[in-house]
Write a protein that binds this ligand. Structure first.
Ligand code: ATP
Ligand code: MG
Length: 189
């Protein structure tokens, strides 16, 4: 499951759990993205902070792990590189790439979409009412899964911290404590 995870929240974890159950997956590997300059016009927390929050959030689940492939490669993340690196690390695994249907729409508008489908089956977790434009997609290459808890977003979690509101129960307890310890998402000045 790819994401910025700035911070990781229960929407991500519920989505991963739901897709793992639906497809009978042995393991979900969370892959924090490499460092984009910015995302939606804002600076993104350092890769190491996002990586550690993801480790803290997934530590208690034996089927959840975290991969550093995108962070260690550096720069903006291309899904083809992510899947190529994961395949090299787990040559016998059949890979499912899980992400939000919003992000999936952008990834699948690329030209090398056929190469991507050779590397993994794509699963888009949908927001309510979201419809993926799939006219140009080969049959069976993409699955959409509706998950509960879709209202939680990292943007809202960051805003809450900046405004002094709680993020308890939106993110795992350890992530609440990590955000406080590292003073993430505080307004400057
Ligand atoms: P931001 O608000 O900064 O965009 P985000 O909450 O969308 O963050 P990302 O790290 O961008 O979090 O999420 C990775 C993927 O998980 C995205 O493709 C996103 O659509 C999906 N996702 C985000 N929130 C949820 C949720 N509550 N339930 C299921 N999937 C989600
Ligand atoms: Mg998002």
């Amino acid at each position: 499951m790819g994401g910025t995870f700035d911070p990781i929240h229960h929407g991500h974890l519920v989505a991963a759990s739901e897709v793992a159950d639906r497809f009978g997956l042995d393991e979900v590997v969370f892959v924090p993205t490499g460092q984009p300059w910015q995302k939606d016009g804002r600076p993104v927390s350092a890769p190491e902070e996002r990586y550690l929050m993801t480790v803290v959030a997934t530590a208690s689940n034996p089927r959840f792990t975290v991969s550093r492939v995108d962070i260690d490669r550096g720069g903006p993340t291309y899904t083809k590189d992510t899947l190529t690196d994961l395949h090299a690390a787990m040559p016998d695994a059949s890979l499912f790439f899980i992400t939000g249907a919003d992000a999936l729409g952008a990834i699948l508008s690329w030209r090398d979409v056929e190469d991507l489908f050779a590397l993994a089956h794509f699963v888009g977790v949908t927001r309510p009412g979201y419809a993926l434009e799939d006219d140009h997609l080969p049959d069976g290459s993409v699955s959409l899964v509706e998950v509960p808890a879709m209202a939680i977003s990292s943007t809202d979690c960051r805003r809450r911290v900046a405004e002094g509101h709680p993020v308890w129960y939106l993110v795992p307890d350890g992530v609440v404590q990590y955000i406080a310890k590292r003073r993430l998402y505080r307004e400057k000045g």
